[in-house]
Design a protein around this ligand. Structure first.
Ligand code: B12
Ligand code: SF4
Length: 524
């Protein structure tokens, strides 16, 4: 059977990274089937096109995964596919919480033939077998013989054949630039950000977050060896293609068990498996100097920190009191000292927020080493404690907000400002952090750093701008490039100047040249 795994586009920007679930389910598909992957962010299709694709490719089963914000789009695509007579299975966090909605048991239309609840690592092979026999059940739940929920242990973990997969649709280097860039330094003909997980679960239970409910509060880890082997495979592929691969460790809190994270990072260093990587780590775990040393030595370049608010009252309200705004600056400086940058994520529209919250937040951000501030609105995602609290208090203005999804629009009224005021704060945060002046300042603040680091920060800011300001058309990119021409020209001149200078042996551009020694254990 030919199976299509499809991820709907988010309608705002081209996603910079493919979704892990597709590769994982592909690797877990029983032998004898062919699995095609289509990510709508990289290969946009409308309903007619996907139905045609399914017919042309003789697809026998379609799997669709979606977050809440993409689910309305996912349902429309599923409807078009089911109209061709091909069954659709849906999975992921949204339909796990709202299975009745997907199956049309809530009085609305039916969108899926079957729903995979929770983590589908163990149920997917059964789903495929049932589909072959034409005997799909409506619900697949990961349970043991006693009917108790069972979480995959991640050990063993399926080997994703990164060396053989067709990753064409996920190359971030424009085709035209390939011949020019493939011979630049160690090769930049392709650049891909690849999701890798080293563990699942988070015990913190922040009120707005789906993760603790979905993955559970007990954490499961892959073995170090399995992660290291995956990195080596990715590194070898990048080299073969004269390109680059960076890894996004998608664990919700990559350092949740510091001892284990250090041991993994040491193993990565010892195996020379370093690639540049990004991970999410909460600020409280970055107090450990040795951990931060190991992050730097193992290739860590960007750390995503869910700061959420600079107001301790807000943090306590959403059960994130372990974040201490007073230590944010110290943590960021600790990272910056090692050329590691932070993606600092903030939420506006919290209950203690008042008009002016964006400027108050930016006043703090401006005192920190430059990184990537990003902003969102407090969103009641289905089944989260936040959703339940707001529902019980009668505060939801759009209880099924995902059915009529509007990006960056609140679904409840904050306590101390109006919905419109919250939207204005969000807009202020983005506009003042991603204007050409703000980008130029971020680059200038790194004047004492290697030009590669400045280019890194600048390019990342350009890409992250697209989270909020639609960047789907080539003309939007062109406009942004023109607006930022002075900074681009400056970086270009410096880059050319540096490129023409002979390379010194301690170049920061490649991990193959020198591996810093960390606490004397790097090569242990
Ligand atoms: C990486 C990531 C991202 C990446 C993008 C996604 C990508 N390209 O991978 C980035 C950083 C861009 C991102 C952004 C956002 N994200 Co995000 N992200 C994640 C994260 C950390 C990992 C996703 C992952 O790969 N997980 C590991 C895989 C194995 O798990 P999985 O995807 O759930 O898949 C398993 C099952 O769900 C199931 N399954 C999934 N799909 C399917 C499909 C079929 C057919 C079947 C059978 C089974 C199945 O099987 C898989 C194996 O068990 C998750 C948290 C988490 N731990 O999952 C949040 C998460 C998915 N993100 C979330 C959110 C809210 C967002 C944002 C809206 C951020 C925000 N707060 O504003 C944006 C919006 C993205 C956009 N514009 O498209 C929420 C989604 C909640 C929800 N109900 O929708 C999550 C769960 C985190 C949270 N705080 O609650 N995100
Ligand atoms: S620490 Fe992060 S992943 Fe864990 S519950 Fe809080 S927001 Fe979710």
């Amino acid at each position: 059977m030919r199976i299509l795994l499809y991820n709907p586009d988010n309608g705002v920007t081209r996603n910079f990274m493919p979704h892990l679930w597709m590769f994982l389910l592909q690797a877990l598909t029983p032998a004898g089937h062919e699995v095609l992957l289509v990510d709508g962010n990289a290969q946009p299709m409308d309903e007619t096109q996907i139905a045609q694709f399914v017919r042309d490719q003789n697809i026998g089963l379609v799997g669709i995964g979606a977050m809440t914000r993409m689910v309305a789009r996912a349902y429309r695509m599923a409807d078009a596919i089911r109209a061709t007579g091909v069954p659709v299975v849906m999975g992921g966090p949204h339909v796990t919480e709202e299975a009745d909605e997907a199956l049309g048991r809530d009085g609305g239309p039916r969108h899926a033939d079957a729903v995979a609840l929770g983590e589908a690592d163990e149920t997917w092979p059964q789903i495929v077998k049932d589909a072959v026999r034409g005997e799909l059940k409506e619900i697949y739940a990961p349970v043991d013989g006693m009917g108790k929920e069972r979480k995959p242990s991640l050990s063993p973990y399926p080997a994703i054949p990164w060396d053989k997969l067709d990753l064409h649709q996920f190359n971030l280097v424009p085709k035209l630039m390939h011949p020019l860039l493939k011979n630049f330094r160690e090769g930049w003909g392709t650049f891909r950000i690849v999701p890798v997980e080293s563990g699942r679960g988070c015990p913190y239970g922040c009120e707005f977050c789906t993760v603790t409910g979905f993955f559970g509060d007990s954490i499961r880890f892959r073995t170090n060896e399995s992660v290291v082997n995956e990195l080596l495979l990715l590194k070898a592929r990048a080299r073969k293609e004269q390109g680059q691969i960076a890894v996004f460790f998608i664990d919700d809190n990559f350092a949740i068990n510091i001892k284990r994270t250090k041991s993994l990072l040491r193993d990565i260093i010892a195996a020379k498996a370093q690639v540049f990587w990004v991970a999410q780590i909460s600020a409280n775990l970055l107090r450990d100097e040795e951990l931060v040393d190991l992050i730097a030595a193992s290739g860590g370049k960007w750390i995503f920190i869910g700061m959420e608010s600079v107001d301790p009252v807000n943090l306590k309200d959403v059960n994130k009191g372990f974040n201490k705004p007073g230590e944010y600056a110290t943590v960021l400086e600790r990272l910056a000292k090692r050329n590691i940058y932070a993606i600092t994520s903030f939420i506006f529209g919290m209950d203690n927020d008042t008009p002016g919250v964006a400027e108050r937040t930016l006043q703090q951000v401006r005192t920190w080493p430059p990184g990537l501030p990003i902003f969102g609105l407090l969103t009641p995602l289905p089944a989260t404690p936040l959703y339940k609290r707001l529902e019980a208090a009668g505060r939801l203005t759009r209880p099924r907000h995902w059915k009529d999804f509007v990006p960056f629009t609140m679904a409840h009224t904050p306590l101390k400002m109006t919905i419109e005021e919250a939207h204005a704060e969000l807009n202020y945060g983005w506009a003042h952090s991603y204007s050409p002046e703000a980008l130029a300042q971020a680059v200038a603040a790194l004047d004492d750093q290697h030009v590669g680091d400045r280019v890194n920060v600048f390019l990342a800011r350009l890409c992250f701008r697209g989270i909020y300001f639609p960047m789907l058309r080539k003309s939007s990119w062109l406009r942004v490039i023109i607006e930022n021409r002075r900074t681009i020209l400056r970086l270009f001149k410096e880059g050319v100047f540096r490129w023409m200078r002979p390379r010194n042996s301690a170049s920061q551009d490649s991990f193959d040249v020198a591996t810093p020694n960390v606490s004397g254990e790097a090569n242990a």
